[in-house]
Design a binder for this molecule. Structure first.
Ligand SMILES: [Zn+2]
Length: 215
């Protein structure tokens, strides 16, 4: 029981994340969480708590949204039905799903990209959320190109994009992958393709992993 609180991960669920590099998930600046097939929370990364704190959600978030709580409880009516059907399909078909959603506060408009990875043998889901690039709001509005140079272009003039989910590596932070819409439509000439840790874990597992262990 103590481990649940300390690590914010159900011990059995940790086995399902074997291929997903838990250290990377914990370092990721985006909110990541995992649920069992019944949608009850089994893993929360540190960014979950940071986001709650920065948005005035604490201490209620930690009190109300611990492990074991169903993520479907935050939705109702047709929205709940829509997402449940979407996530059920991901779970049963073992196909990754992607979508965009809005999560604004009173003062900030925010849009996110969410990837949902099915885990194990229809045993759970991993939700990886990335902020859709926000341009810096400088007084003298800078062109997008400058902002992109700042965040994504390396010293050789290349951006690094995941060939699978198409998110772009943000070079300013240790483990951050952003959804840059214009580069999803068409990537720049100087693009090196790689795999982000989440996709690498999902598409190239070393072994098949279930919550009962490796098979
Ligand atoms: Zn990826």
């Amino acid at each position: 029981m103590v481990n649940y609180v300390m690590e914010h991960i159900d011990r059995a669920f940790k086995l399902l994340l074997k291929n997903h590099y838990i250290d990377d998930l914990n370092t990721h600046t985006g909110v990541i969480y995992g649920v069992w097939a019944n949608y009850r929370l089994a893993y929360l990364n540190p960014a979950w708590f940071r986001f709650a704190l920065e948005n005035g959600g604490e201490p209620q978030i930690t009190a109300d949204w611990g492990l074991g709580r169903s993520i479907l409880d935050c939705m109702s009516g047709v929205v709940r039905e829509f997402y449940k059907a979407k996530f059920d399909k991901c779970l049963m078909s073992h196909e990754v799903c992607n979508h965009l959603y809005e999560c604004s506060s009173k003062t900030v408009y925010r849009r996110y990209h969410q990837i949902v990875y099915p885990l194990g043998d229809r045993e759970g889901l991993l939700f990886v959320n990335s902020l859709i690039t926000n341009r810096p709001h400088d007084k003298e509005k800078r062109p997008d190109r400058d902002a992109n140079e700042l965040f994504y272009v390396d010293e050789n003039g290349f951006i690094c994009q995941c060939a699978l989910c198409r998110r772009t590596k943000n070079l300013r932070e240790a483990e951050r992958w952003d959804w840059v819409p214009e580069w999803v439509r068409q990537c720049p000439e100087h693009t090196s393709h790689t795999f982000c840790p989440s996709c690498f874990g999902h598409y190239f597992p070393l072994t098949t992993t279930t919550s009962k262990g490796r098979t």
